[in-house]
Design a protein around this ligand. Structure first.
Ligand code: GLU
Length: 289
């Protein structure tokens, strides 16, 4: 992997691997921005005649709530999205994530990290060569077994990080253009035992044979980490990533409660029909070329 990035677009590589997907986290109602992203992902897949899959990203056990799953599915149905098969749930796929971790472990690419957030913040503010600001500075990277034992004895459970620091990964986003990033040693399993988003999403998009990832531009920065994981796990990445602009409130800030009616339910209560909202959300063709 070099600064030239990874060559992602291989339309002939696996012609069956074309699915689109939407992968909401069940942490609340979907807002209009989420629905717009979902519609763009759905429309892109359907225009290509490809399957469209839903994945419930309930890997974060602290924030995910069962009651939101059905609410979100209903919101997606109401806005006119259909999907193929049953939605997949990350909470039912731990075995796959464990296998991926075992593979990384076998390549000596994992290490335990005992740092607290505060320690990382403090250490990350000191200059450390190539790594971007806020990057994990590698404090636990080269601990000896005795040092690790000592920290384990303190009782703080470790997170697992990958040895990725300094890798430069680039790709061509279908919407945002060229993206390049220098990685740090990012977390693949959190210290509360939950698998990290980047690990789960990589394993799932490969296993579900997703060919195009459409998601919000707030996740643009995560893709180089996922590409690194694809590479190290020896699995193909999706052919195309399309990070679509986030929907903003009138003040130019990310959509939030204070912007008024931002959920489907609130808009419908205010007198709009689901069909009107759908048309409004799909109005701009500039969003996904
Ligand atoms: N679960 C993520 C979210 O709701 C989306 C992840 C993805 O599309 O890769 O923000």
């Amino acid at each position: 992997m070099t600064g030239d990035g990874i060559d992602l677009f291989h339309p002939d590589r696996d012609p069956g691997r074309a699915a689109g997907r939407y992968a909401p986290s069940p942490t609340g109602r979907l807002h209009l921005g989420n629905l717009r992203t979902a519609l763009l992902a759905w429309r892109s897949a359907r225009e290509r005649g490809a399957p469209f899959l839903l994945r419930i990203e309930d890997v974060d056990s602290g924030r995910s709530r069962e009651e939101w799953v059905e609410v979100q599915l209903e919101e997606l149905r109401q806005i006119g999205i259909d999907w193929d098969g049953e939605p997949v749930r990350q909470s039912a796929r731990h075995e796959l994530y464990r296998e991926a971790l075992a593979k990384l472990e076998g390549e000596d690419l994992l290490y335990e990290c005992f740092c607290t957030r505060a320690e990382i913040r403090e250490a990350a503010s000191a200059p450390h060569g190539e790594l971007p600001e806020g990057a994990y500075p590698g404090t636990c990277r080269d601990l000896t077994e005795a040092e690790r034992e000592e920290r384990r004895a303190d009782g703080r459970p470790p997170a697992l990080r990958v040895r990725a620091a300094g890798a430069r990964v680039g790709f061509e986003d279908h919407v945002c253009g060229r993206v390049e990033k220098t990685l740090d040693d990012f977390v693949v399993r959190r210290n509360d035992g939950d698998f990290a988003y980047n690990l789960a999403v990589t394993v799932d998009d490969a296993e579900q044979r997703v060919g195009e990832v459409v998601r919000g531009a707030d996740l643009l920065d995560t893709t180089p980490r996922q590409l690194w994981l694809y590479d190290r796990l020896g699995i193909d990445a999706p052919d195309r990533f399309s990070h679509v602009p986030l929907m903003l409130g009138e003040d130019g800030e990310r959509l939030a409660k204070r912007h008024g009616a931002i959920t489907l339910e609130e808009r419908i209560e205010a007198g709009q029909s689901a069909e009107q909202i759908r048309r409004e959300l799909l109005d701009s063709d500039l969003l996904l070329p």
